[in-house]
Write a protein that binds this ligand. Structure first.
Ligand code: ADP
Ligand code: MG
Length: 403
C-alpha cells in the first residue's frame, strides 16, 4: 500500500535553544530534567511512523503527551526542530513558503476542536471558505459546498448563520469545510472532543460512513480510547512526547507495550473491541472435507467424533467454505435414510458467525446454543469455531489481564 505520510526521527523542542535541548536528549537526559534545567519543553521526541493511503491513523495519549504538536508538525503549523516529514513524497520540513501554502491549500485540510467558523459568514460561505481562499470562482465553489453540506446532512442549513446551529451542527460545518477542498490528507485534532457523548458518536459514525465512500487518508488526534479504537485503523499511543506503541486496536489490546498503555484499558469493557475472529479456535471443532462420497465421509466423521468424545462437526467444501453443522445423530439419521449428501445431514438453522461480529453480540448467540458456531469471512470461508468454553476462558483471561 502506498504511504501517504512518512515521519522519520522527528523532534520538536519548544524553547530558546533547541540545539542545547537536542544535545541533552542525546546525553540521555529526560524531558523533565531538561525542563527543570533549561525551561525548554520537549514537545515530540524521535517520532517514527507512516500513514497508509486511505487509512485512519489515530494519535492517542493523555493531555500534554504531544499529540497536537505532532499533528501540527505534519503541515508545519509547528516548525520541526529535527527530522523529516514526507507528505505524498514531498519533504514538508524542507519546503519553501510558497510550496507549503500550495500544499496546505490543495492537499491538506485541518479540523480543530473549536469549530473555528467565521461568525459573520453563512454556513455556505464558511463551507466554501477554503475554496474561496484558493481562488475558485463563486458558482463553482458554492456548488461544491452544497455537495459536501449534503454529505454531512446540512444542506437545508446552508443559508443560516453559524450561531443559529447547535455545537454538533457547527462541527459538521467544520468537517464540510475541510472536505470541500477534497484534501488527500485530513488532519483532525480532537475534532469531536467538545461534543456531548451522543453527538460525538454521531460524528464518529458520519466520519466512518464518509470514509467508506471516499477513503481519505486521515490523521486523527484523540485522548479517548473508545473513540480511538472505534475509528482508528491503526493507533499510535503517545506519552511524554514519545510514541510508545503503534498497532491496530486488536494488536494493542492483545499486547499493551507497557503499564502506560495498559492504564488506558482500566475500567474499559474490552469485550466491546474484540470480535468473533479474535476468539475463534481452528482446532477446537472437527471439520469434514466433503470428498464426494457422502456416506464414507459420514461414517469416518462419526468415528472421529466418538473417539474425540464430541457431538458436532462442521462440513467444509473444497474451497474451504462453510457448508453446515452436523451432529452424530443427524448423520446417523441421514445414513439410515440412505443419505447421499452431507448437506442432507446438516442441522437446520445454524448460521455461521461473521468474523467481525462483536463479542457482546456473540455472547448473546452462544448462550442459547449447545453447539459450536463456525466463524467465517466475507467469502464464507471457515476461520474457526467459537464455543461456550472458548468464550468463557477468553473473558476470564481479559478480566484478569485488564484489572
Ligand atoms: N507553543 C508552545 N510553547 C511551549 N510549550 C508548548 C507549546 N505547545 C505545546 N507545548 C508543550 O508541549 C507538550 C505537548 O503539548 P501538546 O502537543 O499540546 O499535547 P497534547 O495535544 O497531547 O495535549 C506539553 O508539555 C505542552 O505544554
Ligand atoms: Mg492537544
Amino acid at each position: 500500500m502506498a504511504e501517504k505520510v512518512v515521519v522519520k526521527n522527528l523532534y520538536k523542542v519548544y524553547g530558546a535553544e533547541p540545539a542545547l535541548a537536542m544535545q541533552m536528549l542525546q546525553q540521555g537526559l529526560s524531558k523533565e530534567v531538561i525542563f527543570q534545567q533549561t525551561g525548554m519543553t520537549i514537545g515530540v521526541k524521535d517520532a517514527n511512523f507512516h500513514v497508509d493511503e486511505g487509512e485512519i491513523f489515530v494519535l492517542m495519549g493523555l493531555s500534554g503527551s504531544g499529540k497536537s504538536t505532532l499533528i501540527r508538525l505534519l503541515n508545519r503549523l509547528v516548525e520541526p526542530t529535527f527530522g523529516q516529514v514526507l507528505v505524498g513524497g514531498h519533504d514538508v520540513a524542507a519546503m519553501g513558503k510558497k510550496a507549503l501554502i500550495e500544499l496546505r491549500r490543495k492537499d491538506l485540510a485541518m479540523v480543530f476542536q473549536s469549530f473555528a467558523l467565521l461568525p459573520h459568514l453563512s454556513v455556505l460561505r464558511n463551507t466554501a471558505f477554503g475554496l474561496e481562499v484558493a481562488g475558485v470562482e463563486r458558482k463553482a465553489r458554492e456548488v461544491r459546498a452544497m455537495e459536501v453540506l449534503d454529505q454531512v446532512g446540512l444542506k437545508a442549513f446552508a443559508h443560516q448563520m453559524p450561531s443559529e446551529l447547535s455545537g454538533g451542527m457547527q462541527q459538521r460545518v467544520g468537517l464540510a469545510r475541510a472536505l470541500a477542498v477534497d484534501p488527500s490528507l485530513m488532519l483532525m485534532d480532537e475534532a469531536f472532543s467538545a461534543l456531548d457523548p451522543l453527538k460525538r458518536t454521531e460524528m464518529q459514525e458520519l466520519l466512518l460512513k464518509l470514509q467508506q465512500e471516499q477513503q481519505r487518508t486521515i490523521v486523527f488526534v484523540s485522548h479517548d480510547l473508545d473513540e480511538a479504537f472505534h475509528i482508528g485503523n491503526r493507533i499510535a499511543i503517545m506519552e511524554g512526547g514519545r510514541i510508545v506503541q503503534i498497532g491496530t486496536p486488536d494488536e494493542i489490546l492483545r499486547n499493551p507495550s507497557d503499564e502506560y498503555v495498559r492504564a488506558f484499558f482500566k475500567g474499559v469493557d474490552v469485550k466491546k473491541y474484540l470480535v468473533a475472529k479474535d476468539v475463534a479456535s481452528a482446532t477446537e471443532t472437527l471439520t469434514i472435507q466433503a470428498s464426494g462420497d457422502a456416506q464414507a465421509d459420514m461414517a469416518s466423521a462419526i468415528e472421529r467424533l466418538r473417539a474425540a468424545q464430541r457431538n458436532y462437526a462442521f462440513v467444509l467444501g473444497h474451497d474451504g467454505r462453510f457448508q453446515g453443522t452436523v451432529s452424530i445423530d443427524s448423520m446417523l439419521q441421514a445414513l439410515a435414510a440412505g443419505g447421499a449428501t452431507l448437506a442432507g445431514a446438516c442441522l437446520k438453522d445454524i448460521a455461521a458467525v461473521p468474523e467481525a461480529l462483536s463479542l457482546n453480540a456473540l455472547v448473546g448467540r452462544i448462550v442459547k446454543n449447545p453447539y459450536p458456531l463456525a466463524v467465517v469471512d466475507a467469502q464464507q470461508r471457515y476461520l474457526g469455531a467459537v464455543t461456550q468454553t472458548i468464550l468463557l476462558k477468553r473473558m476470564a483471561l481479559e478480566e484478569s489481564e485488564h484489572e
